[in-house]
Design a protein around this ligand. Structure first.
Ligand code: CP
Length: 332
């Protein structure tokens, strides 16, 4: 029987996830991937949420988050509606964003939203909780603020990469690039404090260091971290290298162009410096910070990471609608 929680499970911030939830999500995602191996398995998944509908409200550009969320819905049999530009909705006629999203809640069972506005997802979740039709909100990226579903797929990818090497506990995770405005950095670094003895090396030009509020949050959680501009030294120590691009969509006056980030680009010549067991990740899209020559290195995980996003989002939707307990492999 499908379990409908009294209050919807909103996915708003990575800070809402604890270790048992993360471990469960990794197991659940692994099991779901096994269903993908057969036609029967895929048809079973398609029946799980065939009576549910999703709204994909993406008013900030997206390729993989949009497509992986849409595909995750399709895998579970859900119908989807989409708005990808607010100028095509009645917001153009002056309708408030609150009224627009409340309107979507009249027609669908979950709203997955990407927005340039930090905090908007939380605001809408609180608003809908007070209506006669409270439905879950999934934050698929909220300005430079949070990207919790990306953090889940990053944890899944790290966990899978280190499954024969002690898991994520005890690892050194290097994060590189525009750490100040990268929402994937904020969401993932917050999650890493759920693991024992993890160290984060934040590597960036001075202009792109992590923001004060993230620094304070990590200190409060007792998360071990270092901030440095010594790219090659950090590369030698890292078990995972998490590259990110410059987030110049948040520039107010073209300030990113004045920052010389070339010293922080990962190139083929750096590969011999890295541990043989290390992994290279990137939330994508990439620019020049991650050389295409690295794609063929066995340590490159970013294309798998991207596909893992689809399976992680399938798992998340089954959790949101309480059908995760139906994801059980038959006895052999
Ligand atoms: N990683 C990520 O959020 O990519 P998109 O912007 O393409 O969705």
């Amino acid at each position: 029987m499908e379990v409908t929680p009294a209050k919807p499970l909103h996915v708003l911030s990575s800070s809402q996830f604890d270790r048992p939830f993360l471990d469960h999500m990794c197991q659940l995602t692994d099991t779901i991937r096994r269903f993908d191996k057969s036609k029967e398995g895929l048809m079973y998944l398609q029946g799980l949420l065939a009576h549910r509908r999703a709204m994909l409200y993406f008013t900030q550009p997206s390729t993989r988050t949009f497509l992986s969320c849409q595909t995750a819905c399709q895998i579970l049999g859900m119908g989807t509606n989409e708005i990808r530009d607010s100028s095509t909705s009645s917001e153009r006629k002056g309708e408030s964003i609150e009224d627009s999203l409340r309107t979507f809640s009249s027609y669908v069972d979950v709203i997955i939203m990407r927005t340039p506005v930090p905090g908007l997802c939380d605001r809408i979740a609180n608003l809908l909780d007070e209506t006669e039709r409270p439905i879950p909100i999934v934050n698929a990226g909220s300005g430079p603020d949070e990207h919790p579903t990306q953090a889940l797929l990053d944890i899944y990818t790290l966990n899978r990469s280190f499954v024969r090497n002690g898991g994520i506990d005890g690892k050194t995770i290097m994060m590189v690039g525009d750490l100040k405005r990268g929402r994937t950095i904020r969401s993932l670094s917050g999650l890493l404090s759920n693991y024992r003895d993890v160290k984060i090396l934040f590597v960036s030009p001075p202009e792109f260091r992590i923001s004060d509020d993230l620094r304070q949050k990590l200190q409060q959680k007792g998360q071990k971290f270092e901030e440095t501009d010594q790219f090659t030294d950090a590369l030698r120590m890292a078990d995972a290298v998490y590259m990110t691009r410059v987030q110049d969509e948040y520039d107010t006056n073209g300030e990113s162009k004045k920052v010389d980030s070339r010293r922080f680009h990962l190139k083929a010549e750096h590969l011999p410096l890295m541990k043989s067991t290390a992994v290279i990740m990137h939330p994508l899209p990439r620019r020049e910070e991650l050389d295409v020559a690295i794609d063929t290195d066995p340590r490159a995980r970013y294309w798998r990471q991207e596909r893992n996003g689809m399976w992680t989002r399938v798992a998340l939707l089954t959790k949101i609608f309480g059908v995760d307990r139906k994801i059980v492999l038959p006895e052999l």
